[in-house]
Structure formats: structure tokens, C-alpha cells
Design a protein around this ligand. Structure first.
Ligand SMILES: Cc1cc2nc3c(=O)[nH]c(=O)nc-3n(C[C@H](O)[C@H](O)[C@H](O)COP(=O)(O)O)c2cc1C
Length: 183
């Protein structure tokens, strides 16, 4: 059976939920799926996977940084913010995780969540994630994808369905890729 691991960073839960939904799309294709927060993503989960999917929130046009994560945590602490911090929110982010990553010859894909709008204005973390994955030897087999939220931090209508479909499409792309060797 094919195995995928979906590794996510999430402070307010959107990227976590999208990670789960991408996983359910892969599962409909008969894959064995694990969904792992970046804080728990050691090399064992990477070497055991046929496909590694990595996603995080867009902060200040790219991947989070310690300062933007602190800003996000502060915003959640404000009374009436309506924001709840994820259990792993205060750990290291994807940027640090990617920086210290070894070399892996594994197929991969990158996604992010971000505010709806032209990516030229909003930025998108998934580009940097895909670049870093390539740098560490991964074969990125799909265009980086963004799943969109409102300014109030709610996942937009239709985005969960799109995430599930993206997961299913990744499984199909993997079936196609399996007929050629990993480069
Ligand atoms: C500190 C901070 C900075 C952000 N910067 C951007 C940005 O530059 N572009 C964007 O599209 N969204 C930005 N956002 C919105 C988040 O990307 C969006 O709310 C995301 O879905 C949060 O994911 P999470 O719930 O998994 O933490 C920012 C959010 C925070 C808290």
C-alpha cells in the first residue's frame, strides 16, 4: 500500500484542517495516511513515506518566522479575538524545520493557506516550501497550491472540497510518476 505523510504547521487551525482534508482525498485513493504536526515530523516519518506533503500558513508573504508566530500568538491572546491557538502553535515553524532537514529522495508536494487575493499581493508560503524541498532532494511533483481563507481567518466556501480533490489528484500524479524512477 502507498503511504503519504502530510506535515503541517498551523497556529489557528486552518492549515491543520486543510492538511486533514488533503489526507482524506489521498485516503479515497486507497492510500495509508498520517497527518503530522511539524514539531513531530522526524526523519522516520519521511523515510517511511512514498509521498510527503508539506504545508503551512502564509505569514508576511512567506513561511512563518519566530516574530510573525509571536505576533499571531499575541493576537489570539487578545480578549474577544475568537482565535484559538493550536496545541503545537508555539513550537518551531516549517522554515526552521526545512533548514535543518537532511537529504531525501522522496516525492513531495507543497501547499499553504493564505488570504484570498492575487498572490502577488498576499504572498504564498508554498513557493518557499517547494523550493526548500527541492533543495533537500525531494522531487516536487505538483505545482504549489494555496487554500484560501477570509480576513477573519475562516476557510472560504469550496476550499475544503478543493483540498480533498487536490489530495486525490496527488495520488493520481503519483501513480503516473511511479512508472519512472525518482531523479
Ligand atoms: C502574523 C500573520 C501574518 C499574516 N500574513 C499574511 C500574508 O502576508 N499573506 C496572506 O495571504 N495571509 C497572511 N496571514 C493570514 C494567514 O495566512 C491565514 O489566516 C492562515 O490561514 C492561518 O493559518 P493557520 O490557521 O493554520 O495558522 C497572516 C496571518 C498572521 C497571523
Amino acid at each position: 500500500m502507498m503511504r503519504a505523510v502530510v506535515i503541517y504547521e498551523s497556529m489557528y487551525g486552518n492549515t491543520h484542517e486543510i492538511a486533514d482534508t488533503i489526507g482524506s482525498g489521498l485516503r479515497t485513493a486507497g492510500w495509508q495516511i498520517s497527518i503530522v504536526p511539524v514539531a513531530a515530523a522526524g526523519s522516520a516519518v519521511l523515510t517511511a513515506a512514498d509521498l510527503v506533503v508539506v504545508g503551512g500558513p502564509t505569514h508576511a508573504h512567506g513561511m512563518t518566522r519566530p516574530g510573525t508566530r509571536e505576533g499571531a500568538a499575541e493576537a489570539a491572546r487578545k480578549p474577544g479575538s475568537g482565535l484559538t491557538l493550536e496545541a503545537d502553535a508555539l513550537g518551531a515553524g516549517l522554515r526552521d524545520w526545512l533548514d535543518s532537514l537532511g537529504h531525501y529522495q522522496v516525492r513531495a508536494a507543497a501547499f499553504d493557506t493564505r488570504i484570498a487575493g492575487p498572490s502577488l499581493l498576499t504572498g504564498r508560503a508554498s513557493r518557499g516550501i517547494a523550493r526548500a524541498l527541492r533543495h533537500h532532494g525531494f522531487e516536487v511533483l505538483a505545482e504549489p497550491e494555496s487554500f484560501l481563507v477570509s480576513r477573519e481567518n475562516h476557510i472560504l466556501p469550496g476550499e475544503r472540497e478543493r483540498a480533498r480533490q487536490w489530495g486525490a489528484d496527488l495520488a493520481a500524479a503519483m501513480t503516473a510518476a511511479r512508472t519512472r524512477p525518482t531523479h
